[in-house]
Design a protein around this ligand. Structure first.
Ligand SMILES: Cc1cc2nc3c(=O)[nH]c(=O)nc-3n(C[C@H](O)[C@H](O)[C@H](O)COP(=O)(O)OP(=O)(O)OC[C@H]3O[C@@H](n4cnc5c(N)ncnc54)[C@H](O)[C@@H]3O)c2cc1C
Length: 356
């Protein structure tokens, strides 16, 4: 048979896991074009350079038991040390004139992390996903008979038997504008503030941070703050530096970076009594973030038409564990369509035609 060609659009955790799964199951029976608009792969689990280290700006924890995460990682061909957080966040119970932390949050789902930081998951997936074309922004997708034509910004085109769209929903809507008009999941910009302090300038006993209580939803602009060096000690390479990450509520997008940093510094001062200025501060923005728990009703189907699939953020799936599961399903759909078994023997093409 002629080699099947599959285009994957977006190299976040979803696209990387799909590329790795296809390579593992199909080897040279499939040619994978993994296209990434940004200058580097990883999407929301990329590390950012901050205070002289790579630091997680978005996801740091995965809702899973250590055993469940380890088996999900093995399924995509990687083994990484899984760690538990060093404690639970407290609850922020008053945020008007005097901010007050309550008891540690209990009853939350079990979460685990990757020793050294979540960005190591991206780095490991990049190692098993095969070649990635960074700086390749997809403009548009159209069918051509039983094939799919992916047009890149700049004019290049790639013809494939199957395409898996693994970008955020706004980008997916743009790319698929001539193919389907689906009620795409709702999304909004999201920001986080990173602050680095000299560790001697902040209390030793800081807890891992806080989650905002429901009562403060309208008055407190951050949904939570994490002391990364407390929660995940191995994720902060510089022993003298303490790093806080405050994640902004979706409704506070109009603030300038300066205002956001000032607000986060004041919050740290009010809660932990430090008067020291941070040694570094940065605001990270994501143009399209889904809510933490999008309504399942807003989820788009995985298979849109023969040879065309959505995965992860594109269809309203959020969270790393759920994206890994969704990627495994997308790989399964491609294997089914190819009539391939897990050992890699493929007998057909994704569009359903039998190829000699
Ligand atoms: C602040 C924040 C905190 C979070 N915390 C957690 C957490 O603690 N635990 C957890 O499990 N989850 C968390 N999440 C959610 C989690 O990060 C995401 O659900 C997951 O990373 C999404 O992966 P993805 O690959 O589907 O999408 P993305 O990571 O968004 O990847 C999509 C990729 O597509 C690329 N792309 C976009 N447009 C195009 C185009 N036109 N052409 C080509 N490429 C394109 C993008 O550059 C990107 O690399 C958090 C998210 C945010 C924003």
């Amino acid at each position: 048979m002629s080699a099947t060609r599959v285009t994957i659009i977006g190299a976040g955790v979803s696209g990387l896991a799909i590329a790795s799964g296809l390579r593992r199951h199909l080897g040279s029976a499939v040619t994978v074009d993994l296209l990434e608009a940004a200058g580097h792969p990883g999407g929301m689990i990329s590390g950012v350079e901050f205070a002289g280290m790579l630091v997680d700006a978005a996801a740091d924890a995965i809702a899973a038991t250590p055993e469940a995460l380890t088996s999900k990682l093995l399924a995509v061909g990687i083994g990484l040390p899984v760690v538990r957080p060093q404690g639970a966040p407290q609850q922020l119970i008053r945020g008007d004139r005097r901010v007050v932390l309550g008891d540690a949050c209990t009853g939350t789902r079990e979460v685990v992390g990757i020793s050294g930081g979540m960005w190591r998951l991206a780095a490991e997936l990049i190692g098993v996903a095969g070649p990635i074309r960074c700086g390749a922004r997809v403009a548009h997708l159209r069918p051509a008979g039983r094939k799919w034509v992916t047009s890149l910004v700049g004019g290049a085109e790639i013809i494939a038997d199957a395409v898996i769209v693994a970008v955020p929903p706004g980008a997916a809507r743009q790319i698929l504008r001539d193919v389907c008009s689906y009620p795409w999941p709702s999304f909004a910009p999201r920001q986080a503030v990173l602050l680095a302090y000299e560790r001697d300038h902040v209390p030793k006993n800081r807890s891992t941070g806080f989650l905002r209580s429901a009562a403060l939803r309208d008055s407190m602009p951050v949904t939570g703050l994490t002391w990364i060096d407390v929660k995940w000690p191995a994720a902060i390479e510089r022993p003298n530096v303490a790093v806080a990450r405050a994640v902004l509520d979706r409704q506070h997008n109009a603030w300038s970076d300066q205002q956001l940093v000032a607000m986060a510094v004041t919050l740290v001062a009010d809660l932990w009594g430090t008067q020291a200025s941070p040694v570094d501060a940065s605001v990270i923005s994501w143009a399209e973030a889904l809510p933490a728990a999008p309504p399942p009703a807003e989820r788009a189907p995985q298979q849109l038409s023969p040879g065309l699939m959505l995965s992860g953020s594109a269809r309203g799936v959020t969270g790393i564990a759920a994206c890994l599961d969704d990627a495994a399903k997308a790989v399964g759909h491609v294997l089914d369509a190819l009539g391939a078994d897990a050992s890699g023997a493929a007998v057909g093409s994704v569009s359903g035609r039998t190829t000699a």
